[in-house]
Design a binder for this molecule. Sequence first.
Ligand SMILES: NC(=O)c1ccc[n+]([C@@H]2O[C@H](COP(=O)([O-])OP(=O)(O)OC[C@H]3O[C@@H](n4cnc5c(N)ncnc54)[C@H](OP(=O)(O)O)[C@@H]3O)[C@@H](O)[C@H]2O)c1
Length: 220
Amino acid sequence: MRAASYDRHGPAAEVLAVHDVERPVPGPGEVLVRVILSGVNPTDFKSRSGATPRPIDGFQIPHHDGAGVIEAAGEGVDPARAGQRVWLWLAAAGRRWGTAAEYTVVPGEQAVPLPDGVSLELGASLGVPAVTAHRCLFADGPVRGKTVLVAGGAGAVGHFAIELAVWAGARVIATVTSSTTATPAPPTRSARRLGRPTGSSRSHSAPTSPLTSRWPGPAR
Ligand SMILES: NC(=O)c1ccc[n+]([C@@H]2O[C@H](COP(=O)([O-])OP(=O)(O)OC[C@H]3O[C@@H](n4cnc5c(N)ncnc54)[C@H](OP(=O)(O)O)[C@@H]3O)[C@@H](O)[C@H]2O)c1
């Protein structure tokens, strides 16, 4: 398969290249996923550059996040999962098989089913930022009826925090640094149904419960 990879830390132009790499085989509890979209996260380039170095197991295919279709299930995983559309999280954590490749292998629970009607683009954007937002919001319990301040509401983590907080029944106040980043997005059906956050002119849709029910921690 074709894959971007590096075998030492450094600037992307010096260490990152596209190579032919043997397609991984899913082990027990794992799934092989045909990657359709790979999502880039700050942790990916910090690991590659050496700013936060991680051990390299011969080579490293970067990118934790992504979306695709399950190609094959390893031992102990329901074979019926083949063909399932999924979003991926922490694919490259402690493993060489990031999502910047035609295929990746991940533990089955890190390939989360994407509900019908949810785009692969959204799926590939969830991963680290959306799980971070989820943990920040819900680690100490439900936020229903509370007021949540999201500093940097236009950012990768911030906009998911707004959407999740609205979905969970909180009143949301968000900050933005300029009118440019506060430009209203077209409201989606779910955003209209759930109402808009306060203090920001952005509209935010709410993810459906199947997306969040498999995230670590309480769903609400
Ligand atoms: N991305 C992840 O997966 C992840 C995971 C764990 C932790 N984090 C942490 O979460 C924080 C946000 O990360 P992110 O990836 O969401 O970043 P981001 O997409 O770059 O968003 C950062 C937001 O902060 C706002 N901002 C920047 N400088 C500001 C300032 N001086 N005063 C007020 N607002 C300011 C920006 O607002 P405007 O757009 O309005 O200019 C921007 O929307 C960072 O501390 C990061 O280290 C991120």
